[in-house]
Design a protein around this ligand. Structure first.
Ligand code: ADP
Ligand code: MG
Length: 316
């Protein structure tokens, strides 16, 4: 049986590049860049709650880091360091090797260094803390939306929720679409380049983890604003338009897409479009910030349509 220390050494220890001291001591040591603020966030994935226990471990490693990177993307921060705390029911080395491959592969791709964590026996639980840097005073916050800002969303919405329903056996999808939706759910791509490109352009931003309505709702609440959303403008996952009406609310209320929702002044439309193009992530204008009154959903003719129930809440 490998010891906890063998496992850490084998799967989670890599040479430090930007940390003063990485894995192996009582604490890691970091030197932060002058003029930058630290952006720090933690996200936990619990087996049975956030993922099926038999999920492909490589994808799980990817997702555990991706959902944290997505939070930094939504702040406009550059991710730099991560801590990984694992509770594992057993020391399954095949599982750990694949998990580490997924986690460290994505970390490498974004220049993130794994600098520490904790490893313990227990019900499968993956907890990541991410640290990044953003120019002092310039982070994209939830509380900064302003009246008459455009509301934008990156990529497409609803794919991950469709993937989940398909995995649960609730809906049928053609094989190619099923695979695409499942990839959205299991291997989300954090919109880091877009988040960075929006610094100085966007007023407020959030990542869409719990559904567009719920997450935009957080911006509105923090900023003390309302919103009008044009339903027909919402960019739907490729599999959605051919689905029955009841499923299309996935684009509004489905979680796990990890796109960015952000607000920006109307005068900056061309700049936002250029930033999205430069980042290689499409962005679509879906509505307008108003002075108050929650979210008003309208059709092409401006007629009000009922807002479906909001996103996921663990204790709701
Ligand atoms: P301590 O007893 O001081 O908490 P640990 O034995 O838990 O130390 O961890 C030893 C070293 O390994 C520490 O540097 C810790 O940050 C690191 N570490 C433990 N688990 C992980 C993990 N899953 N990924 C990365 N580093 C880890
Ligand atoms: Mg420890």
């Amino acid at each position: 049986m490998p010891s906890e220390f063998d496992l850490i050494a084998r799967y989670f220890t890599r040479p430090s590049r930007t940390a003063v001291l990485g894995v192996g001591d009582d604490a890691a040591l970091l030197r932060t860049t002058p003029g930058m603020e630290l952006a720090i966030s933690a996200d936990m994935l619990v087996a049975g709650q956030h993922f099926f226990p038999d999920t492909d471990p490589e994808r799980l490693g990817h997702k555990a880091l991706a959902v944290n990177l997505s939070d930094l993307a939504a702040m406009g921060a550059v991710p730099k360091w991560a801590l990984l705390s694992l509770a594992l029911p057993e020391a399954d080395e095949t599982w750990l090797a694949a998990f580490a491959r997924g986690f460290l592969g994505l970390a490498e791709h974004h220049g993130v260094e794994l600098i520490g964590g904790d490893t313990t026996r227990g019900p499968l639980n993956l907890s990541v803390t991410i640290l990044g840097e953003v120019e002092a005073g310039r982070a994209l916050r939830r509380d900064a939306a302003q009246d008459s800002d455009d509301i934008w969303v990156s990529g497409t919405l609803g794919g991950a929720a469709l993937g989940l329903r398909h995995l649960r056996g609730e809906i049928e999808l053609p094989p190619e679409m099923a695979a695409a939706c499942r990839a959205r759910l299991e291997a989300p791509q954090p919109r880091l380049a877009l988040g960075r490109a929006l610094i100085g352009l966007a007023h407020a931003a959030i990542d869409v983890s719990d559904g567009l309505l719920a997450d935009l709702g957080h911006i509105l609440e923090c900023s003390g604003k309302g919103a009008i959303i044009e339903s027909g403008r919402i960019p739907l996952a490729a599999a959605l338009p051919t689905q029955p009406e009841w499923l299309r609310s996935c684009a509004l209320s489905g979680g796990d897409d990890y796109e960015l929702c952000f607000t920006a002044p109307t005068a900056l439309r061309p700049q936002v479009e250029a930033a999205a193009a430069a980042a290689g992530t499409p962005a679509t204008r879906i509505g307008t910030i108003t002075s108050s009154g929650g979210i008003l959903l309208v059709d092409e003719t401006g007629k009000r349509i009922p807002v479906p129930p909001s996103g996921f809440d663990h204790f709701g």
